[in-house]
Design a protein. Structure first.
Length: 366
């Protein structure tokens, strides 16, 4: 048993002995996304009046939950996700962890949950990586995905903020999020359902937003589409985001993305895209964007490109959009030059193949 940590939180390490270790995937080129999980996880408990208690890195295992656990009934839960990359220069690059953990705390605040000290999770992550670094895949376009999750763990039936919370964090070796890999995807614009309303939970990374999207995503997949592009819930007119990504359009040579209006998740990759484009001298218009404008741009040949941005997919070129029964092919269904350039730039920074001018990578040596 070993103790480490910072000034406010002690982290106990209960290392899994070799006989208890999980079997690693046989083929790193067929990892998919979210199917495999490393040997260790982090766990920490919060109690009202006491705050966060001491924490542990322990064996990845099922959690024991009371049937009356508040989160199971009323959804007081938040999560986030970011990636760790094997660096070309050795060691590991954790991409923008503090930005993601800042978002985790913003989500927690919206759901009346306690904030967590980002440095505690970073220290825990370093411990987990020291124990499970061999799980980090070496194949092209693979990574270790980090999933922190906080949920209301008080056993109680009734709508209220919990007096107890559990935070866990675990690692998963992943490949491409979409089966297509880095290739153009077909997306259906959804006006039938709404993902989130103004003043609701759309800007928080909470299960309710994703639960609301499952039926529409299922119907889209059955019709041959990879994802759903959501419109605003008031008029079903203005573009918001894709199920797992923010969205960008290049219209008449200008890059446009919906502004963050409270119902759109503030994507860290979205922010990275905007900052990279600005460093290239390409301005980005963050504003309301109607589907009428998108369809008019397509009709006049001004819709040059469309692409999504997200932690899981990084950049996903959009080859076609289906809206109100009409299929709009974009850039002849091919990956656009800007999407390709952004994907190459971001992944080169993440994998340490080029200089990181923004200071985004948190370096971990094992």
């Amino acid at each position: 048993m070993e103790i480490t940590g910072n000034a406010t939180t002690q982290i106990t390490i209960a290392q899994v002995p070799p006989p208890g270790r999980r079997k690693k995937p046989d083929n790193e080129n067929a990892l998919g996304f979210g199917r495999f999980f490393c040997d260790h996880m982090f766990r920490m408990e919060w109690v009202e009046g006491e705050g966060w208690g001491d924490a542990v890195v322990e064996q990845y295992a099922p959690l024991s939950l009371d049937p009356a656990t508040l989160a199971l009934h009323y959804g007081q839960t938040v999560f986030d996700g970011f990636k760790i990359f094997r660096s070309a220069s050795g060691g590991f690059n954790v991409f923008r962890p503090y930005k993601y953990l800042e978002r985790l705390n913003l989500s927690a605040d919206r759901l009346s949950m306690p904030p967590v000290e980002p440095q505690t999770l970073v220290e825990a992550l370093k411990i987990m990586l020291s124990l499970d670094h061999e799980w980090a895949p070496r194949a092209e376009n693979t990574a270790l995905y980090v999933r922190p999750l906080m949920f209301a763990s008080e056993p109680f039936i009734g709508v209220k903020s919990s007096s107890q919370f559990t935070l866990v964090m675990f690692l998963s070796p992943v490949g491409a999020y979409y089966p297509e890999g880095f290739a153009p995807v077909k997306i259906r614009v959804c006006g039938k359902y709404a993902r989130a309303g103004r003043g609701g939970l759309g800007a928080a990374k909470t299960p309710a937003n994703y639960a609301a999207s499952i039926l529409a995503a299922k119907e889209a997949r059955e019709a041959g589409y990879s994802q759903v592009l959501w419109l605003d819930s008031c008029e079903s007119r203005y573009v918001e985001e894709v199920g797992a990504m923010n969205i960008f359009f290049k219209i008449g040579g200008k890059v446009v993305t919906p502004s963050l209006n409270g119902s759109i998740l503030a994507g860290v990759t979205r922010d990275s895209v905007i900052r990279i484009l600005e460093s290239w001298g390409i301005s980005v218009e963050e504003r309301r964007l109607s589907m009428e404008e998108v369809t008019a741009a397509h009709a006049t040949g001004q819709l040059d490109e469309a692409f999504g941005s997200g932690t899981a997919a990084v950049i996903a070129p959009v080859g076609a959009l289906e809206y109100e029964g009409r299929l709009m092919e974009i850039n002849e269904g091919k990956t656009g030059p800007l999407a390709q350039r952004l994907f190459t730039e971001i992944t080169a920074i993440q994998y340490g193949k080029k200089q990181d001018p923004f200071g985004w990578n948190y370096r971990v040596e094992v």
